[in-house]
Design a protein around this ligand. Structure first.
Ligand code: ARG
Length: 459
């Protein structure tokens, strides 16, 4: 492509070192769409006749078909997807293929391709997050009234329900979806026409190109447009954060399906056995999800590091953006699919959940609240109940069986009445609290949110 200036062919090692076709081939459809829009604008600018345009368009569409059929030989001598397609086009339709690159550089081409790719994958990811949320909501509905202990420091704290716990994750994934949709807005600007870095003396109609490709508008500084990888970094950050959420979800499940907790049974289809210990049933999907969070973080740091020291505008370092990008997207797509399926098929052991949540210690705070309602300052109430807890441990008497009025005159005969799990949950009606009534409303609210039309363009 640059033979004019050079008297020696590129060394084999340099070709091996510099090729990106082994992974950027997957941008082929976006590259071809970008080329067709670019060629159409060339007609308007008088660079191509309509006949030439038709030759180029049909040639590009044939290449797309061949790639899709597996009938296309990618070559590392042609470095990347852009040059592979352009060379195949010229081979197919002759020298008119050489007109396509007028007023264009691989720099604005790759920026366009990756923006189109990121936009498309954001839509795929949003749909998968919504499906995952739907499966969490279905379980929340199924176990709407099943109490479990809520934990801080992994020590039993206060009672909640399975529904409330699952709804906490629905919140997190909703924020991830919002971040994806927000990132899509900044991604969806067309950099084509920025050329190598300084636009071109041949002015193609950038707005027409942007519209044909479904962009919301054009980028407004050629140097920024060429150097910018923010949209990728934003996506990789969003996927890192979502990975953290999925990892915490995995950790909860790993605990819950241990013999020590025993709250959940994962389906045999989503667990594995041990080659040595016949009794084992391991939550490998959860562990893999937790483990793969590491690569999501790594990919983000890799991109940020590759870009951080670069002078404007394009530098070859930027070719290192694609593998982390593809890897994070692929990793998240399969993680969401497998997690949604696993949630659909898992079953809570309601008797075990209820037994754990029936620990009267979980209502120690409610007892302090009870004292507060009769005028005892909270700090004093806290100390009084703390003393009752110590007594319960010392005398091996379950907390709710203590004779409270005998412990302090602040208690009245109604104190033992605090120890009703149902009442304790029912009393938590403030917005955001785990009453069953609240969870029911939250489930309906989220179901509506999920089925509300997406802010999505047809592209
Ligand atoms: N394969 C290259 C990349 O991914 C395309 C842009 C090449 N531009 C250049 N000036 N060498 O970044």
């Amino acid at each position: 492509m640059w033979k004019g200036r050079f008297s020696k062919a590129t060394a084999d090692l340099v070709q091996q070192y510099g090729e990106s076709i082994s992974y950027d081939w997957r941008l082929y459809a976006h590259d071809i769409a970008g080329s067709i829009a670019h060629a159409r604008a060339q007609v308007k600018a008088g660079i191509l006749t309509s006949d030439e345009f038709e030759l180029i368009e049909s040639g590009l569409l044939r290449i797309r078909e061949r790639i899709e059929k597996g009938d296309f030989q990618f070559s590392i001598e042609l470095e990347d997807i852009h040059m592979n397609i352009e060379a195949a086009l010229t081979q197919d339709i002759g020298s008119v293929g050489g007109k396509l690159h007028t007023a264009r550089s691989r720099n604005d081409q790759v920026a366009t391709d990756t923006r189109l790719y990121v936009r498309e994958q954001i839509d795929v990811l949003v749909d998968l997050f919504l499906t995952f949320q739907t499966s969490l909501l279905a379980k929340a509905e199924q176990y709407l009234e099943t109490p479990i202990p809520g934990y801080t420091h992994l020590q039993r704290g206060q009672p909640v329900t399975v529904a409330h716990h699952l709804l906490a994750y629905v919140e997190m994934f909703a924020r991830d979806i919002e971040r994806l949709r927000d990132c899509r807005k900044r991604t969806n600007k067309c950099p084509l026409g920025s050329g190598a870095l300084a636009g071109s003396t041949i002015n193609l109609d950038r707005h027409q190109i942007a519209e044909e490709l479904g962009f919301d508008g054009v980028t407004t500084n050629s140097m920024d447009a060429i150097a910018d990888r923010d949209y990728m970094a934003e996506l990789l950050f969003t996927l890192s954060l979502a990975g953290m959420h999925l990892s915490r979800w995995s950790e909860d499940l790993i605990l819950w399906c241990s013999a020590e907790f025993g709250f959940v049974n994962l389906s045999d289809a989503h667990t594995t056995g041990s080659s040595l210990m016949p009794q084992k049933k391991n939550p490998d999907v959860c562990e893999l999800t937790r483990g793969k969070t590491g690569r999501l973080y790594g990919n983000l740091v890799s991109l940020l590091t590759s870009a951080k020291g670069l002078p404007l505008t394009y530098n070859r370092d930027l070719q290192e953006d694609k593998e982390p990008l593809f890897d994070s997207i692929d990793t998240m797509i399969i993680a969401l699919k497998v997690n949604a399926e696993m949630v659909q098929e898992m079953a809570f052991r309601e008797d075990v959940c209820l037994a754990a949540a029936s620990d009267p210690m979980l209502l120690a705070t409610d007892l302090a609240d009870y004292l507060v309602k009769s005028g005892v300052p909270f700090r004093e109430a806290h100390e009084l109940v703390g003393m009752a807890v110590a007594k319960s441990i010392e005398t091996q008497t379950p907390l709710h069986e203590l004779d409270f009025p005998a412990l302090s005159s602040h208690y009245d005969a109604g104190a033992s009445g605090v120890f009703s799990l149902q009442k304790a949950l029912a009393a938590r009606t403030n917005p955001g609290s785990p009453s069953i009534q609240n969870s029911r409303l939250e489930i309906t609210r989220w179901q509506k949110w999920i089925s509300s039309p997406l802010e999505k363009k047809p592209h």
